[in-house]
Design a protein around this ligand. Structure first.
Ligand code: ZN
Length: 506
């Protein structure tokens, strides 16, 4: 490359970074507005806030779809080394740009309108347990998502491009294969556990005062490595983690004085998401690379810290004495063994958000199967509840009392999110694959955990996963970190060992 061309190229790269920085700032502004709306905003402000969000969204969309970015990317694609950081930047910026421009404005507007009407309809349908109230809205949504799938383009199945929005590179076919392997081994275990009567979780029923719960959880996630100088904890009805950039990563929770696990494991979960966001390399800041690589990989981190660490015997050897110090009356007479069984109790329930570690993925498989057949037209919307209940009985051995407890329980479809549920299962599977790789490389991780120390584990995850942001696609990131792509085997043997010991079956 001549010196003059090299200069022109680096100027283009500078210009691209400048424009992407503006988009990143606007998206961070939207995140601040969203965080505020869910944690602080007075109720009466919702109309005002909707206008503010719509305005900033429109400006962000204008920037993200500008012809100038398209032209810069066209020129830079032949100029940057694909293996370099700049190469990754151009590749990811291209993906985001193509996604932003490929949907016709009319489709985007109609989807926004239809979903904004569908949500209150879903709320009403769930309250009355009446599928017929929600069905006509869902029919419109399915049609619009199918049109979006066509606009994005796909080879095999219309769910593929929708899955790809959340889990780049993943397909319906590959998920079906992985899920079939998992279900075959999980279902008999779930059945065996369901046979066993166990009400040991009485120990977790309160009251546990909020201040004590908060103090304990803050101490723990600080030990994990969550940096409180770059984060904070607030209350929200539907807990989440949000990032406005690597120096401002916030988590939220909902305290339930009557049931200890809700906030405790909720905070460990959100802090796992937060550790990922806080661990992204500073050189990626204000670029589209400064984000989790996929929802599945993101969820692998919340699940790793919540379950592999937070529900482990080793972890509680370190922290149970401290919890008993904070709640001496509530935990009097509850030994560590009982407490450990209580936080790991498994019992099938029709409700996904109440599902335990063992049964959770089966809830995901059911939704995934239904989504795939609704989107490809093989299952009419009217017949979803029937299909739902039949699969629920097959997989979990329980039947929902009504559609509120069945096909109407989740908000996701009312917002048009199809292909989102599988990321929860991908996260569960990856959490074990990553954790076991870390422990194989550094066996001292588990001894450290017994002493309430997490530096080696956190350091390994930061190096292997967090710092790279979106630089590598999920498959490449996971292969670099663990030596192979997504593999359900570690997850399955982990559950077999853990629940085999807890419930004494084999
Ligand atoms: Zn999560």
């Amino acid at each position: 490359m001549s010196a003059r061309r090299a200069t022109a190229s680096s100027e283009r790269l500078e210009e691209l970074r400048r424009r992407l920085g503006t988009i990143a700032d606007l998206q961070a502004v939207l995140s601040v507005l969203g965080w505020d709306q869910q944690t602080q905003m007075p109720e009466a402000a919702s109309d005002l806030r909707a206008e503010q969000v719509a305005t900033v969204s429109r400006i962000a969309h204008e920037h993200a779809t500008s012809e100038e970015i398209g032209a810069l990317l066209d020129a830079l694609e032949g100029e940057v080394d694909p293996g370099s950081l700049e190469g990754a930047l151009v590749r990811i910026a291209r993906r985001d740009y193509d996604r932003s421009v490929c949907l016709p404005a009319s489709l985007v507007e109609e989807t926004a309108r239809v979903t904004s009407l569908a949500e209150p309809a879903w709320v009403e349908a769930r309250e009355r347990a009446d599928w017929a109230i929600f069905a006509p809205h869902l029919e419109r949504i399915v049609e619009l998502r199918r049109r979006a799938a066509e606009a994005y383009g796909f080879e095999d199945h219309p769910l593929d491009p929708l899955i790809d929005l959340y889990e780049p590179g993943m397909t319906r076919e590959r998920l079906s294969e992985i899920f079939a392997v998992i279900a075959e081994r999980l279902v008999p275990m779930v059945r065996a556990v369901a046979e066993i009567e166990d009400d040991c979780d009485a120990a977790l029923r309160g009251p546990f005062d909020e201040a004590g719960q908060e103090a304990f959880a803050r101490e723990v996630v600080g030990r994990f490595g969550y940096d409180w100088t770059r984060g904070r904890l607030d209350r929200a009805v539907h807990p989440f983690c949000t990032s406005f950039g690597v120096d401002d990563v916030r988590i939220t929770t909902r305290f339930e004085p009557e049931y200890l696990p809700t906030a405790l494991f909720g905070i460990l979960h959100e802090a796992g998401h937060g550790l990922y966001e806080q661990g992204i390399d500073r050189e990626l800041v204000r670029l589209p690379l400064a984000d989790g690589v996929s929802l599945g990989v993101h969820e692998s981190q919340s699940r790793l810290w919540e379950n592999l660490v937070g529900r482990s015997w080793r972890f509680w050897q370190a922290f149970y004495p401290r919890l008993c110090e904070i709640f001496p009356a509530q935990l009097r007479g509850v030994d560590l063994e009982t407490f450990y069984r209580a936080i790991n109790r498994s019992a099938p329930t029709p409700i996904r958000v109440e599902a335990d570690e063992l049964t959770y993925n089966l809830h995901v498989f059911l939704r995934f199967e239904i989504e795939a057949s609704v989107i490809d037209g093989s299952l009419p919307v009217a017949r979803i509840p029937e299909a739902w209940n039949a699969m629920m009985e097959d997989l979990l051995g329980v039947v929902p009392a009504d559609d509120a407890e069945g096909a109407l329980q989740d908000i996701h479809w009312s917002g048009g999110s199809f292909g989102y549920f599988p990321t929860y299962a991908v996260g569960n599977v990856l959490s074990v694959q990553l954790y076991e790789t870390a422990v194989a490389a550094h066996p001292e991780i588990e001894e450290e955990m017994e002493r309430g120390q997490f530096g080696t584990l956190h350091g390994w995850l930061r190096e292997a996963v967090y710092r790279h942001g979106r630089r590598w696609d999920p498959d490449e990131l996971i292969t670099r970190a663990t030596g192979r792509p997504l593999d359900p085997e570690p997850y399955l043997s982990y559950l077999e060992t853990k629940y085999g010991e807890l419930y004494d079956f084999d």
